[in-house]
Design a binder for this molecule. Structure first.
Ligand SMILES: Cc1cc2nc3c(=O)[nH]c(=O)nc-3n(C[C@H](O)[C@H](O)[C@H](O)COP(=O)(O)OP(=O)(O)OC[C@H]3O[C@@H](n4cnc5c(N)ncnc54)[C@H](O)[C@@H]3O)c2cc1C
Length: 612
């Protein structure tokens, strides 16, 4: 059944129990699981299309090529970032079934136990590591290849089976090929006090490791929420999917003091349409940028913002669109001497041709896997001296005091609690404040162009727990206009200072053996920045940093008195049946890439009694 037109939908004589708005990572996980029960009917409404059998999506080696293409990507940009040279930063988000899991870079990481236990500490009963680990495992199947004991140790790729799922719809695997430059990265990390952590999936993610990838190794294709939770279930008569339809408003009726979502308005083929008669729940799963927009367009949010665009306030909820956090990254890139092939060699037409053939004939080679890479998660104590740590804490205190003074009074209590947790994470040697992403080759960067025939290594430097808080709000009453995204990067100076130290750590790696033995020249940051020490690095960061595409927080799961938008059952305050199920509900950024958490949230909500 699944694909249905508005006309067929109107003629459909059965009840619709659940409407899931947004067929993305969380949305399809939830819809796939809910529709396992033949007694409930689930309708997914997705603004984009079904990218089935599309090489731009499926072939791992095409990673990044669909970015900025409106068929696949919402391609948002931020407002000018006042603490980053007033630049507008590019913010891709997947459009179409699969959402951002259809566009992402395959990394399958897990947060730390403390990152997730923080959710429960912030007042959300049942949201803890043990519970989420169970659901993250439920979503996945680890496909294993034979790997020698010595390779598993050398490349920090030892599998602890108890941390991985064996029966879930999403496939994940380790890379098949290893690079000596990865070994070099791990050995250098150890010299600097960051040991290998062979399996970071059990709640302790500090250390250096090889990442699992969301790739199905049997087909050599991307595994994502559409291939995992929708495509195998297209035969279900109780699962309906309306494509190319952008939901613009939730329709409510009054149920006592509460608002009940009874239908939605959507735009398809340039005309406005609606469906009504939702029997159970209406679930918004449109991601951290579009979810607050849809809530606001529907009359839920801060009245002073809504009134500017003539939207009548139904529920006064000032937390909507606030508390935005994202990881931010800068590039350090060096030219290296190596006899190995690196990701750079794909620039060579002959080498690329060889790998295309390998892919077509055997589903093998560099196009069948994520790029050669290695990763490291680093606690604050390894990023600076004791004096630096004290100075950061002072800076954090001053910056947080400023932010607390500026936020809406209704959010203050919740933000104070978040900052208290962030201070504990910062002080712990077991919690990561930085990620170093080693791309074995020249990472795409507009500030430097790789030269064919040369080899590079890139150490991306990312900040894990930003203190700055941004916003996403409507900027127009036109529901098809993009929301105004303001991550407000570096509003808290401590974020910038910490990122400088993360960059210094990466540059220190390039000067430490064995990595230094292969480094010929540091390409980025350019000399003019490096010559000016920390001030130069600050300027470099302001001029070049980019988001890592992990936005969270804009419909935070927190008690209402703490500025929350949804409760621990993900129900929007003031409603009887409207829920948000996507990454916007995370009140605090996690110290890793975010897709595993999205799958875990979808699975958890589908299994919980709150929707039954
Ligand atoms: C380029 C990129 C690379 C990334 N790389 C990684 C990585 O390597 N590892 C990792 O763990 N994470 C990665 N991420 C992050 C991760 O993919 C996301 O955090 C996660 O997929 C978000 O899931 P979500 O369900 O919150 O939202 P999404 O998956 O984005 O789903 C939102 C869905 O809602 C739809 N939608 C929006 N508005 C409407 C509307 N009004 N009506 C109908 N439908 C609507 C969208 O089209 C989309 O399908 C990356 C993200 C990007 C963009």
């Amino acid at each position: 059944m699944p694909f249905i037109s508005p006309t067929e939908l109107k003629a459909w004589t059965h009840e619709i129990h659940y409407v899931v708005i947004g067929g993305g990572t969380c949305g399809l996980t939830l819809a796939g699981r809910l529709s396992e029960d033949p007694n409930v009917n689930v309708l997914v409404i997705e603004a984009g299309t079904h990218h089935v059998n599309d090489p731009l999506v499926d072939v791992p080696g095409n990673r990044g090529r669909a970015l900025a293409n409106p068929k696949y990507d919402w391609a948002f940009s931020t407002v000018p970032q006042s603490h980053a040279n007033n630049r507008r930063l590019f913010e891709p988000r997947g459009k179409g079934l699969g959402g951002s899991s259809m566009l992402n870079y395959f990394g399958m990481f897990r947060p730390s136990k403390d990152d997730i236990d923080a959710l429960e500490k912030l007042g959300n009963k049942g949201w803890n590591w043990d519970s989420l680990l169970h659901y993250m495992k439920k979503s996945e199947t680890l496909v294993e290849f034979p790997i020698s004991e010595s390779d598993a140790v050398t490349f920090a790729a030892k599998i602890e089976r108890e941390y991985h799922g064996t029966n879930g719809p999403l496939k994940k695997c380790l890379p098949r090929e290893w690079s000596q430059l990865q070994k070099t990265f791990f050995d250098t990390a150890e010299t600097l006090g960051i040991p290998r952590n062979p399996d970071t999936n059990g709640g302790h993610n500090v250390g250096a490791m090889t990442s699992l990838t969301s790739i199905d190794p049997t087909t050599g294709t991307r595994s994502y929420s559409s291939t995992a939770y929708l495509d195998p279930n297209l035969h279900r008569k109780n699962l309906l999917v309306l494509l190319d339809a952008q939901v613009t408003k939730i329709i409510f009726s009054k149920e006592g003091d509460l608002h009940k979502a009874v239908g939605v308005e959507f735009v398809k083929d340039n005309s406005l349409d609606r469906i009504t008669g939702i029997q159970k729940d209406c679930i918004i799963s449109t991601g951290s940028f579009k979810t607050p927009q849809l809530l606001e367009l529907s009359g839920i949010g801060n009245p002073s913002i809504l009134s500017k665009f003539d939207v009548e306030t139904l529920i006064d909820l000032p937390g909507v669109g606030e508390n935005l956090q994202d990881h931010i990254v800068l590039s350090t890139i060096a030219e290296v001497e190596t006899s190995e092939k690196t990701n750079d060699d794909l620039l060579d037409p002959e080498f690329l041709k060889l790998h295309k053939e390998l892919y077509e004939t055997k589903k093998a080679g560099l196009l069948a896997s994520g790029p050669k890479s290695a990763f490291m998660f680093v606690p604050a104590e390894k990023l600076g001296s004791d004096r630096d740590l004290i100075s950061w804490q002072d800076q954090m205190h001053a910056g947080c005091t400023d932010t607390l003074a500026q936020v809406h009074p209704a959010l203050r209590l919740g933000l104070e609690k978040q900052y208290a947790i962030q201070r504990d994470l910062f002080a712990s040697k077991d919690q990561a404040q930085a990620e170093i992403l080693d791309f074995i080759g020249h990472r795409p960067d507009p500030n430097s162009t790789p030269v064919l025939g040369k080899h590079y290594t890139s150490l991306g430097c990312a900040l894990m727990h930003p203190l700055s808080r941004g916003t996403v709000h409507i900027a127009s009453s036109d529901p098809l206009a993009p929301p105004e995204i303001d991550p407000n990067y570096f509003a808290n100076e401590a974020d910038l200072d910490l990122l400088v130290h993360i960059a210094e750590f990466a540059l220190r790696m390039m000067k430490t053996s064995p990595l230094s033995d292969c480094v010929k020249e540091v390409i980025l940051p350019k000399k003019e920045f490096l010559e000016r020490g920390r001030e130069g690095l600050k300027d470099y960061i302001r001029a070049t940093c980019t988001p890592v595409f992990h936005p969270v927080g804009t419909a935070s799961m927190l008690p209402r008195e703490d500025g929350g938008v949804v409760d621990a059952k993900l129900k929007v305050y003031g409603t009887s049946n409207l829920r948000v199920v996507d990454l916007s509900i995370l009140p605090l950024e996690v110290s890793c890439h975010t897709q595993t958490v999205a799958y875990g949230i979808g699975e958890k909500v589908a299994s919980s009694t709150c929707l039954k």
